[in-house]
Design a protein around this ligand. Structure first.
Ligand SMILES: Nc1ncnc2c1ncn2[C@@H]1O[C@H](COP(=O)(O)OP(=O)(O)OP(=O)(O)O)[C@@H](O)[C@H]1O
Ligand SMILES: Nc1ccn([C@H]2C[C@H](O)[C@@H](COP(=O)(O)O)O2)c(=O)n1
Ligand SMILES: [Mg+2]
Length: 238
C-alpha cells in the first residue's frame, strides 16, 4: 500500500547522467527533448517501500503506450493505470459522468481533470502495489496540476513515446478494438488536441530532467529494449 506524500521534493541532482539516448529521426518540436537514463540517486528513487513510485507514460494517440505498458508490467511488476481505460469503464457502467465522458471521447476532447484524477486516485488507493504506470496522463497542464494537487505527488519520471503522425494514424486505423474514437475524423481531432495541449507538459518534465524520450518506431520488442534500461535502474535499487 502506498502512502500519500505531503510535500513535493525535487528528484534530480546535478550530477552527470550515466547514459544518454537521443531519438534519431526527424520530427517537430519534440526533437528538443532528450532522453536520459539517470543514476538511481539522480532519478530520486526512494528506498521507502511505502512511498509510491510513479511513472507517467505519455505520447500521441497510437504511439504504443498501452502495448509497452503491458511489457513493463510483465517484466517489472508495476500496476498499470490507463486513464483512457478508466474513463471507458465509466461509460460502460453508466456512471454519473458516463455520457459527458462519451461525448468528450467521441469528439477527441479531454475530460475535465477533476474527473480523471479522482478515478486515478481511487485506483491507486485500492492497489496493494506501490509502483504505478499511469498511462495517457497527464494530457494537459491542467491534468498535471490537478494530479499534484489531489495526489500530492509528482512522477519519479515520465516516459514519452515519440512517433510520427503517419505511423500513429496507420496503427489506430488498424487497431480493431471497436473504440468509438478510432475513426479518421476523431483521430484528426485527437492529434490536434495532442499537438496543442501536450507540448507544455513535455516541456515541463524535460526542464525538470524527468523526461525519457523513446523512439516509438520499430517493432514492439525493439522499442521495449529502449524502455527496459529506464526501469532496470529502478530494479537495481530494490
Ligand atoms: N511498435 C509497434 N509497431 C506496430 N504496431 C504497434 C506497435 N506498438 C503498438 N502497435 C499497435 O498499434 C495500435 C496502438 O497501440 P497502443 O494501443 O499501444 O497505443 P496507445 O498509445 O496506447 O494508443 P491510445 O492513446 O489511442 O490509447 C495497437 O493495435 C497495437 O497493437
Ligand atoms: N488524461 C486523459 C486521458 C484520456 N482522456 C480521454 C480522451 C482520449 O482521447 C480518450 C482515450 O484515451 P487513450 O486510451 O487514448 O489514452 O480518453 C482524457 O480525457 N484525459
Ligand atoms: Mg492506450
Amino acid at each position: 500500500m502506498w502512502r500519500r506524500v505531503t510535500s513535493l521534493s525535487p528528484f534530480i541532482s546535478s550530477s552527470k547522467p550515466s547514459i544518454r539516448n537521443q531519438a534519431s529521426y526527424g520530427g517537430k518540436i519534440w526533437e528538443l527533448f532528450t532522453t536520459e537514463i539517470l543514476t538511481p540517486a539522480k532519478a530520486g528513487i526512494s528506498s521507502d517501500e511505502k512511498t509510491p513510485f510513479i511513472t507517467f507514460v505519455v505520447g500521441g494517440p497510437g504511439s504504443g503506450k498501452g502495448t509497452q505498458c503491458a511489457k513493463i508490467v510483465e517484466t517489472f511488476g508495476f500496476t498499470h493505470i490507463s486513464a483512457g481505460e478508466l474513463l471507458r469503464r465509466e461509460i460502460s457502467c453508466n456512471s454519473e459522468h458516463g455520457s459527458m465522458i462519451l461525448d468528450s471521447i467521441r469528439e477527441g476532447k479531454i475530460v475535465p481533470s477533476e474527473v480523471t484524477v479522482k478515478l486515478i486516485e481511487k485506483e491507486m488507493e485500492s492497489s496493494k502495489n506501490n509502483k504505478f504506470l499511469i498511462d495517457g496522463f497527464p494530457r494537459t497542464e491542467e491534468n498535471r496540476i490537478a494530479f499534484e494537487r489531489v495526489i500530492g505527488a509528482e512522477p519519479n519520471f515520465v516516459l514519452f513515446f515519440h512517433c510520427p503522425e503517419e505511423e500513429m494514424v496507420k496503427r489506430l486505423l488498424s487497431r480493431n478494438e471497436g473504440r468509438v474514437d478510432d475513426n479518421i475524423d476523431t483521430i484528426k481531432k485527437r492529434l490536434e488536441v495532442f499537438t496543442a495541449l501536450h507540448l507544455p507538459v513535455i516541456k515541463y518534465y524535460s526542464e525538470k530532467g524527468k523526461l525519457y524520450k523513446i523512439n516509438a518506431v520499430g517493432t514492439v520488442d525493439e522499442i521495449f529494449e529502449q524502455v527496459r534500461p529506464v526501469f532496470a535502474v529502478c530494479e537495481a535499487t530494490k
